[in-house]
Ligand binder design. Structure first.
Ligand code: NAD
Ligand code: MG
Length: 385
């Protein structure tokens, strides 16, 4: 029996994780400690009741009354707000699925690691903002982070028991998102609805738009750097419209080991939830004869300036990742809110990085969560200015 908490249970990754747990339910393999969500209180309460969670937490304090009412008589605790999220992360659990979107996932992830839970990490933002803090927390808790992002799960699986010493480089693939084949001059006028339409993956709206702008891939390059400890020049990005190969590891002897699979997040989530074992998952095996051919091309940095920015962030180190992520989150809010155009997101992030790069402390590795949150705040203010 594995005791598990799910942060961001009401989202796309959370729902896929719960689907897997529900299917495994017959065998009684998982026992739910905490489930957390945002504004969808009906869904959160329903999930908590069905899976008999110990506690359900909404991120929004004003929704506590509603959550309490919906859980009445169930014996499930209700809680709300950022402090309650961190408290829930401190409850003993063997596994924690970190599936909140954005920097809000950082505090619960650090707490879960610090108290010894294995962290199945979908929330790439926490590695981008504070990779060194995450690694230190895992060390303190004598535990580890397991990747849930499909590309990182793919690298992890392709590496197997081999070490990085024989790795020449890794390649993560990108579908190219909604605007892969659009004429460049049309991008500035792209709408939110157009950017929210991913060709291959069904995901939350924010990561779907980040896929169109390639900010998602930019974050994933940084995530690869932080998770595997690979230098920037050993991480390549390849456009692969079919999303069948998720990542490849190329060794010093010229051999390349690729991880292939249907674009279904339940593979990577299920791999992390069952690790170190493999379990049957409801993901169909590939029929390569039916797929017929796979295509590849170099990413175009004119179309996707986010990729260049990711390289600059890794070269700068220190607080650049936290600033990059926060400015990106603000730019995305502004795009979704209709205040800026699609291509302005990248210029906004670049302007914020340039403006804050000279500030004292920018180049220093974060010493604690408060430092990261401080830089997160000033980056959002600078972006909104
Ligand atoms: P989503 O928007 O569908 O769900 C996000 C979850 O986080 C919801 O439960 C929401 O209530 C919660 N949340 C949002 N803001 C919050 C806040 N301020 N405080 C606490 N909780 C908050 O997002 P998603 O697509 O499931 O993505 C979740 C994470 O997984 C992201 O980091 C994303 O980059 C990563 N990821 C997602 C996919 C995918 O297929 N969806 C694939 C790889 C990685
Ligand atoms: Mg990914």
């Amino acid at each position: 029996m594995r005791r598990i908490s799910i942060f961001g249970a009401t989202g796309s990754i959370g729902a896929n994780g719960i689907d897997l747990i529900r299917r495994a339910g017959g065998a009684g393999l998982f026992d739910i400690v905490a489930l957390t969500g945002g504004r969808n209180i009906a869904r959160l309460a329903e999930m908590a009741r069905e899976l008999r969670a110990e506690v359900a937490v909404t991120a929004h304090e004003e929704l506590l009354g509603d959550l309490r009412a919906r859980l009445e008589g169930s014996g499930i605790e209700a809680a709300a707000g950022p402090a309650a999220l961190t408290e829930a992360a401190s409850r003993p659990a063997d596994w924690v699925l970190s599936a909140i979107v954005g920097a809000a996932g950082l505090a619960p992830g650090l707490t879960a690691l610090g108290q010894g839970s294995v962290l199945a990490l979908a929330n790439k933002e926490s590695l981008v903002c504070a990779g060194s803090l995450m690694r230190a927390a895992a060390k303190r808790g004598k535990t580890r982070i397991l990747p849930v992002d499909s590309e990182h799960s793919a690298i992890f699986q392709a590496l197997g028991s081999e070490t990085l010493e024989t790795v020449n480089h890794v390649t993560i693939t990108a579908s190219g998102g909604a605007f892969r084949d659009w004429p460049l001059e049309r991008l500035a006028a792209a709408t939110v609805a157009e950017a929210s339409n991913h060709p291959n993956w069904a995901m939350g709206q924010r990561i779907t738009i980040d896929s169109a702008s390639m900010f998602n891939k930019a974050m994933e390059v940084i995530e690869t750097h932080e998770f595997f400890g690979l230098d920037e020049h050993r991480i390549k990005v390849l456009i692969h419209p079919e999303s069948i190969i998720h990542a490849m590891v190329t060794h010093i002897d010229g051999g390349t080991i690729a991880h292939l699979g249907a674009p279904d997040m339940r593979h990577a989530i299920g791999y992390a939830l069952n690790w170190p074992k493999r379990a049957p998952l409801p993901v169909p095996a590939l029929d390569l004869a039916a797929i017929g051919r796979l295509n590849f091309r170099e990413p175009d940095e004119k179309r996707w300036p986010a990729l260049r920015l990711a390289r600059e962030v890794m070269a700068a180190g220190g607080m650049a990742g936290a600033v990059f992520n926060a400015a990106k989150e603000q730019a995305l809010d502004d795009f979704i809110g209709g205040r800026i155009g699609f291509t302005q997101m990248a210029s906004m992030v670049e302007t914020v990085l340039e403006a804050l790069a000279g500030r004292p402390g920018f180049g220093d590795e974060p010493v604690d969560l408060e430092t990261v949150l401080h830089w997160d705040r000033i980056a959002r203010q600078e972006a909104a200015a």
